[in-house]
Design a protein around this ligand. Structure first.
Ligand code: COA
Length: 256
């Protein structure tokens, strides 16, 4: 079984490349393990302030779990308890951008949904095709879709399994921008460098806060936000931000 995940760091931006183009970047258990390792590195390295996830080649972001590996699970319970690559990405503390360069199907769509920002090439296609195979997604598909595109659109995708194109994904709010294929990665890098230039504790906290906004009751979410704001306000970086504003210079954030 070939296939790998390539992990590079450049100028505070880590890139996770799902690299198995001959199989449309379908994810094997080994690749899922490598993704967990890559996310752990992102979480622990101060040199990384933003992460990009994309696929190798020009056909696919990720066509989901490698279907041929699924027979290896002796029982549905073993399948239930497998390491889920989307859980790993969702647990990433640094902001993550999905640059969807082709098919994002099944677990590939869930991978994109586990990222904070999604942008897509005009050739991207999205689907939750598990229903055609006899099961449903298990990596956050329904929750991710319902939150990003609403119940009716989510139901359309979940119940038909049919693909939607990049324009429809944009109209439904599944992605933030659609670009020409050649412009996709440069744009992802531009967004990532912008995020990397912001105060890193504040960026990580903003991500945490956004997740809480979905899962907490409204009044609790606002209280929580105010606490997180106070924590950010107490950092050296916040003092630096105010000092730089007063001195009319670019702030130098040190993640302290
Ligand atoms: N798991 C394993 N292999 C996959 C795969 C997956 N999820 N998706 C694609 N592949 C493989 C194909 O088997 C094929 O391998 P082969 O060349 O050895 O035959 C190769 O990738 C290229 O795909 P192919 O099907 O020939 O391309 P296509 O353009 O005819 O069709 C798709 C593209 C995406 C429509 C089709 O590959 C597909 O339906 N894939 C499954 C998607 C899916 O159901 N994902 C959810 C999994 S839970």
């Amino acid at each position: 079984m070939t296939g790998t995940l390539r992990f590079t760091i450049d100028d505070q931006v880590a890139t996770i490349l799902i690299d198995r183009p001959d199989k449309l970047n379908a994810m094997t258990p080994e690749m899922a393990d490598a993704l967990v390792v890559a996310v752990t590195e992102c979480n622990t390295s101060d040199a990384i302030r933003c992460v990009i996830v994309t696929g190798a080649g020009d056909r696919a972001f990720c066509a989901g779990s490698d279907i041929t590996t699924l027979d290896a699970y002796a029982t549905a319970w073993d399948f239930r308890n497998r390491a889920d690559y989307c859980d790993a990405l969702r647990a990433c503390r640094k902001p993550v951008i999905a640059a969807v360069n082709g098919y994002a199907l099944g677990g590939g769509l869930e991978t994109a949904l586990a990222c904070d920002i999604r942008i897509a090439s005009a050739t991207a296609r999205f689907a939750a095709p598990e229903i055609k195979l006899g099961w449903i997604g298990g990596g956050g598909m329904a929750a991710g879709l319902a939150h990003s595109i609403g119940m009716s659109n989510a139901a359309m995708m979940l119940l038909t399994g049919d693909m939607i194109d990049a324009e429809r994904a944009l109209a439904w709010g599944l992605v933030s921008e659609v670009l020409a294929p050649d412009a996709l990665l440069p744009r992802a890098q531009e967004i990532a460098r912008t995020i990397a230039s912001r105060a890193p504790i504040a960026a990580e906290t903003a991500k945490l806060n956004l997740a809480a906004a979905f899962s907490m009751p409204h009044d609790k979410a606002i209280e929580y936000e105010r606490d997180l704001q106070a924590i950010c306000f107490a950092t050296d970086d916040a003092r630096e931000g105010r000092a730089a504003f007063a001195e009319k210079r670019v702030p130098i954030f040190r993640r302290r």
